[in-house]
Unconditional design. Structure first.
Length: 146
């Protein structure tokens, strides 16, 4: 006799995250190094449109300026690309204590469907597909968004 087993624990958490992707209302991602500076990318949505705000910390401020960019009708494509990265499977923290003065990153995803905000981060370590995720968030340079 076969039974439908409901997922539980980590598996349930991953499934719930994936089912909640269409309800993401904001993604905030910060990446950088202590002596160089940090970049913060905030993505929000209105209807089917996507909005990107990029700000830089103290060191970068003299070199590049903050900006906001709108991507009309790109919400669905962005969510499909995000879903393919399986961010819900990432660990909560990635830490490499053997590196000093390296980089750090933080990610916060907020939802409109009551799903608890998801927070992930790291210091000198990251998940295997981190570079693909970062490239997705570089919307202004991303072919997906053009």
């Amino acid at each position: 006799m076969m039974t439908n087993l409901e997922p539980f624990g980590r598996e349930k958490e991953i499934r719930t995250f994936e089912e909640s992707i269409p309800f993401i209302k904001e993604i905030k991602f910060t990446y950088g190094e202590w002596f160089v500076g940090y970049e913060t990318r905030k993505i929000t949505f209105k209807g089917e449109d996507l909005f990107l705000d990029v700000n830089y910390s103290y060191v970068f401020q003299n070199e590049v300026k903050p900006f906001t960019q709108e991507f009309l009708g790109m919400k669905k494509d962005f969510f499909e690309a995000l879903t393919a990265l399986h961010v819900g499977e990432w660990e909560e923290r990635y830490i490499n204590c053997n590196v000093l003065d390296g980089y750090s990153w933080s990610l916060e995803i907020c939802f409109s469907n009551g799903h608890k905000a998801v927070e992930k981060g790291g210091s000198n370590d990251h998940p295997d597909n981190f570079d693909d995720f970062y490239q997705l968030l570089k919307l202004e340079e991303n072919d997906l968004m053009k």
